[in-house]
Design a protein around this ligand. Sequence first.
Ligand code: ADP
Ligand code: G3P
Length: 496
Amino acid sequence: MSKYIMALDQGTTSSRAIIFDHSGNIVASLNKEFTQIYPNPGWVEHDPMEILDSQIEVAKAVLEKTGIKAEEIAAIGITNQRETTVVWDKNTGKPVYNAIVWQCRRTAPICDEIKSNGFDKEILKKTGLVVDAYFSGTKIKWILDNVEGAREKAENGDLYFGNIDSWLIWNLTGGKAHVTDYSNASRTMLFNIYELKWDKDILEYLDIPESMLPDVKPSSYVYGYTDKSIFGVEIPIAGDAGDQQAALFGQTCYDKGMAKNTYGTGCFMLMNTGEKAVPSKNGLLTTIAWGIDDKVEYALEGSIFIAGAAIQWLRDELKIIDNSPQSEEYAQKVSDTNGVYVVPAFVGLGAPYWDMYARGAILGLTRGVKREHIIRATLESLAYQTRDVLEAMQDDSGIKLSALKVDGGASANNFLMQFQADILGVPVDRPTVIETTALGASYLAGIATGFWSGREEVAKNWGVDRHFEPNMDIETREKLYAGWKKAVERSMNWAD
Ligand SMILES: Nc1ncnc2c1ncn2[C@@H]1O[C@H](COP(=O)(O)OP(=O)(O)O)[C@@H](O)[C@H]1O
Ligand SMILES: O=P(O)(O)OC[C@H](O)CO
């Protein structure tokens, strides 16, 4: 009998493979960072072949490391950085251009044009998305308009588009399945989230042939089997969800009103809104959580573009820490930021501001400011951005959270989690498994193949590692937050 599920978690900065047992515990995990390509200011690309190779490498290596045989893997669940766009030739399997990453701002002018024509309102109504360079639609258009010969090939039906999930599944199945799931489709800006189909008007407006697009399936479903040449046996690929929706699933937020916040490269808060799509008045996105049990369920989402990436910036560019966990040690050496705010708007601002032209800023510098203050202010910026989003979410949903479930790499930082509870005035709960993205993908795959009976069974696996209770007086909290709002204002509308 197969004893495990393997999740392939293809994130913005690394490809990860995790093996889970029946209790939802991590048996083994491996990850590999890959190259970030910045060809121009504000542009971000990945090499799709490097993504594929690194993902297969860690999957094979994690099996080798544990001695677990491929036959013991009941199913594979895929989860991925969302919106990142790959276009490839279906005859040769070769990408026609690098993957254009979700953070890339190159299509801001296309978005401006959409807005000036007023078509953004139509797009919001159909897709639940605010028009922004973040989503896949304008990235596909850019490739077709700028890569020599691409448009002609696309019109001949020779090109496929996919987000990273589709690119991986197509390759892992030996070119047999060109598919995606509802959650990923809902991030393309091309998918009508109410009618559950690709939207012909938007495709026409952006001049994208429908033949390029994958078939859209449930998130818990057998899409195909891995080609024998990869693991020696065929393993069903039975789960597919965008990483943030997968984390919502892994956090077992199955009831309306349940929410989680994931602190990875970016930071993404999602609230389950059940079978009803809730439009936002406050700059949040209405998106599909997943398709399962013959229906789709929706979520409200606050997307923060830069979170853990700001800590990597302290490490890699400023070189004032040696590794991310060290940020906690430095932040605790000072009792406050000495009046400093860091606004990490490196690629503009997402929810609730949606300013493609905002740029990062350090404000409040005086002669006494030390690196510890800058490090602390950078960590605090993750918490302030989360408060911006939580306020919008509570207002849109009419639901006041009794506690916020957190996960992702930076949620390991105890200083940050305590400050988060303090600045929200809401307790924060960190679960025993913070790799909830991979866990959610495993649950989706395991449910599709009968490894688990359903959501009720896996919900029992969730447990708290640590509870952070707010411990700041209201006056301090509000004063600090008011300073943040002022700082954000100064960073906005900066780049031309
Ligand atoms: N202890 C920590 N304190 C602050 N940030 C951290 C810590 N550990 C990891 N991070 C940040 O978390 C991010 C990695 O989290 P992860 O969930 O793996 O992200 P992703 O899936 O986006 O690659 C990195 O940006 C890293 O800087
Ligand atoms: O790679 P992550 O975990 O930061 O997630 C990226 C998001 O999916 C982008 O929408």
